[in-house]
Structure formats: C-alpha cells, structure tokens
Design a protein around this ligand. Structure first.
Ligand code: FES
Length: 168
C-alpha cells in the first residue's frame, strides 16, 4: 500500500527509511527517529508522522502524542528565528498586541505564523517572568524589553542581518 507522502522529498524519505531500518526495536528508538526526521525535514508535518507510524508499526496517534508532548518537536515549518511576543496580562496592558500585529504585518506571516521569507515564526506566549520590562519580545534566546511597535522593524532588520552574516 502506498503511503501518503505528498509534497515530501523522496530522497529524504528514503534516508529516513534507511535510518529507521537500522533499529531492530523501533519503538524504543522512536525519539531518535523523530529527531532524525526533524533534522532532515526541518519539521514533522502530519503526513510525515503517518509515514513514520507505518514504518515503525506504531499508531499514528502515538507518534502525534509524542510530537505534541515534547516542545523540541515542531509540527509546523520553523524559521531560523522564533519570535515570541508576550501577551501575558502585564505586557498586554502595555500594548503587546500592537507589537504582535506589527510583526505579523511587517513579516507577512501566514496562518501558521511563518514569515513570507521563511526566516521567522511569530507566536504569542504568556508571561515569561519579565513583566517589569514589558512589553517583552523574545527572539530565540534573546529578550527585548520595553518594546514598542515602532521597534519591530529594527528587531527584524537585526536578525535578517544576522542570518545574512551566517550565510556568508
Ligand atoms: S506578562 Fe509579559 S513578561 Fe510577564
């Protein structure tokens, strides 16, 4: 029976299958398998989870349960920069929704929160314990405090520059 792998790269699927085949006990190694899959595909979309379920003889619901349980697995395509805008109460009353809107608009994010250039994911988060410097924005591990909507372009520019420098 043909597995539903529409849109997934065949060479990467083959590589994943070869990796899975190296394990006698696939169930015991499911975390390693999922890590490997995420490393080569960049994320774990539902069709890939189904593929892994079939090759490991595990229920797809089990695979999905693992993927959604651990924060290091992503079902959505991720950009290089994870932008978290705090919408916790303290930040919200200081205007963090406006900041969120500015990021979404400036980066033209899709419904999954991925920017048009594929570099950024924009998400909302709840209090990160830095209310005193709110509104707070976190980009990967860097925290920005007292952020205003007009700072958003500069934050984006800084990280785009960082990505460019890493490429060159
Ligand atoms: S509410 Fe945003 S850091 Fe606490």
């Amino acid at each position: 029976m043909k597995l539903k792998t529409i849109g997934l790269d065949n060479a990467l699927l083959k590589s994943l299958k070869d990796y899975i085949d190296t394990f006698e006990n696939k169930e015991n190694n499911i975390i390693s398998i999922l890590h490997y899959a995420q490393d080569i595909f960049g994320y774990l979309p539902p069709e890939l989870q189904v593929y892994i379920a079939r090759l490991t003889n595990l229920p797809a619901s089990r695979i999905n349960g693992i993927v959604t349980f651990y924060s290091f697995f992503n079902e959505r395509k991720m950009g290089k920069f994870k932008v978290d805008v705090c919408l916790g109460t303290a930040c919200f009353v200081k205007g963090s929704q406006e900041i969120m809107d500015a990021f979404r608009q400036e980066l033209k994010v899709d419904l999954d929160g991925l920017s048009e250039d594929g570099l950024f994911n924009v998400n909302s988060i709840r209090c990160v314990g830095a209310c005193g410097i709110g509104p707070v924005v976190r980009v990967n591990n860097k925290i920005y405090g007292h952020v205003k909507a007009e700072d958003v372009k500069e934050i984006i520019k800084t990280h785009r520059q960082e990505a460019k420098e890493e490429e060159s």
